[in-house]
Structure formats: structure tokens, C-alpha cells
Design a protein around this ligand. Sequence first.
Ligand SMILES: NC(=O)c1ccc[n+]([C@@H]2O[C@H](COP(=O)([O-])OP(=O)(O)OC[C@H]3O[C@@H](n4cnc5c(N)ncnc54)[C@H](OP(=O)(O)O)[C@@H]3O)[C@@H](O)[C@H]2O)c1
Length: 295
Amino acid sequence: MTRTINEWLETSFDRASDYALVTGASSGIGLEYLKALAALGCPCIATSENADELSLECALLRKSGAPQIVEIVSDLSTAEGVENLVAGIEGFHVAILVNNAGVGMKGGFIDHDPGRYAALVGLNSVAPTLICRHVLPGMIDKRQGLVVHVASINAITPIAYNAVYTASKAYLLYYAYAVAYELRDTPLVFQIVLPGTTDTPFHRRQGAAPQALFMAPDVVVKRSLQRIDRLLCVSNRFDRVLLPLVSALPLWTRTALGTYLLKRRLKFKDDSKDKATEDESRDLFVTGHPREMKP
Ligand SMILES: NC(=O)c1ccc[n+]([C@@H]2O[C@H](COP(=O)([O-])OP(=O)(O)OC[C@H]3O[C@@H](n4cnc5c(N)ncnc54)[C@H](OP(=O)(O)O)[C@@H]3O)[C@@H](O)[C@H]2O)c1
């Protein structure tokens, strides 16, 4: 049965008392969720780290007739930031949670400062877990709720030069899947979105730019909200075809393919990465881990 966000809102959301909480609402995919939910008349709580961008976007939405939007500025990569958000939503009933805030970090594993990895895992993996843990009891009590986790197509395979980001999204995919299974006998709706390359500031923040097979963020959100009954929402049609094929490959080959595709989809400012692309395209013809192949 097709279930759109409109159908769900009719039966499961009270616009007089319920709220939609969107993390990372100041730009890209999160901003498109905020716009879409506000356009559907949902009071929203919008959160991001950067106060200026967030208040600018919320002001524009209010001007265009959006219902109530509460702004909360918080650095969700830290435990204190998550606590600050949790304190800020005290007294609001969150009926929709869009766990979207995230950052990437491309480059060789040993090239980045370890503290940045802790912040990335904090934002991409720990914060969505804790926020979800905080709002779920209220949803379970009311027997209504929609939880959308924005993971990534990268979650389906390890990817070199993107190791920690990919692992943080694999965590989110597995954790969110397991919780959805635990609560399968409740009326709560869960969705895990796996966007492919999407044209947002996300890549610029990492010194890269989308160059092939990329999507607009509003299309990612449209595909998610038009079928909220889909537990797994693979945003890009090309990725939908690729997913079952990739999943059948040995992990080593999958890693080489994922690394090769990432390089093809993005243009890095640093040209030295081209050498790595050549190596990975050669690796695609290796069918298993070299050590596994020895007799
Ligand atoms: N773009 C892609 O190709 C792509 C593909 C697959 C998955 N995704 C996932 O989609 C989600 C949204 O990404 P996007 O492409 O829309 O990127 P984006 O435009 O860079 O948006 C990221 C959002 O996260 C917020 N954020 C960043 N660091 C934060 C922090 N420490 N605390 C709180 N909020 C923070 C940003 O707010 P500030 O502006 O305040 O920092 C911004 O609102 C991410 O989880 C990303 O991993 C993106």
C-alpha cells in the first residue's frame, strides 16, 4: 500500500500540538525537509550549528506563510550539544523526527586529526541515536510517530579515502534498521534514506564538487516523503539498480567498486587523488582480498 506523507499526516499528526524536529535544517537536504514539512502545515523545530544561516532560512519560511518554527542552535557533535537540544525540546511533542545533520571527511585515513573523527562520529552516529532515544518513548505512548534517518548510499560498502564517514553511516543504517524491527508491531513509521551524491554545500565543505549522477536535494526529499512506508529509500535510480548487485559482491571487491564510483562522482580540488582513482579501477578486476586468494 502506498503511503504518502499527506496520508500519514491526516491520521497521525495533530497540527495544533505536534511538532516535526529536523536536524541540520539550515541547508541542503535538511532545509528541503523543513520546507516540505512547513508547506504541509506542520509546526517545526529546526536545528543546526550555525545560527545565522538557520535564522535566515527560518525567516524566509515565516515570510512565505509557514506555521510556527522554533529555532535551536546546537553543536550536535558533542554530548553537551545533544543535551542542549534535548533541553530545548522539553515540553514539545515531537511526532516527526528527521535525523539529518551530518558531515563528511574525505581524504586518507591518517591525514586527518583524530579529534575531527570523534566529532564526525558524534554528529553522524551518536547524536541521531540519542535524539531518537529521547523522542521515541513519547511516540510509543501516543502510538504515533514518524522517524526519518538520513544515512547515505555509502553505508552499503566500505569506501577508501572516506573510511570514517562511510562507517558512521553504516552504523546509522544498521542501528535504525534494528530499532525499526524491534518496533515493527507498533504504528510507528521508520524510514532510512540512502541519498547518492546530492548537490548541497556538503561537498564544498570537504573541498570537492559533484560531477556525475548527482541529484538535487528537493528530489531526495520528495522521493522520501511520497513513500514513507518504504523502510529503505534509495534516492537515486542508478543506485537502486546497483544496490542488489553490489551487495552480492565480496567485501574487498565491493570496497574497490565503492571507492572507484566515489571518485567518479566527485571532483576533488586535490589532483593527486587521480592516481588513487587509477589504482582503484585496476582493483575492480581483483575478485577477492589478495591474501584470501592465496592457496
Ligand atoms: N550531499 C550528499 O551528496 C549526501 C549524500 C548522502 C548522504 N548525505 C547526508 O545527508 C545529510 C545532509 O547533508 P547535506 O548534503 O544536506 O549537507 P549540508 O548542506 O552540508 O547540510 C548539513 C547540515 O548539518 C548541519 N551540521 C553540520 N555540522 C553540525 C554540527 N556539528 N551540529 C549541528 N548541525 C550540524 C549543518 O548546519 P550548519 O550549517 O549550521 O553547520 C547543515 O544544516 C548528512 O547526514 C549527509 O551525510 C549527503
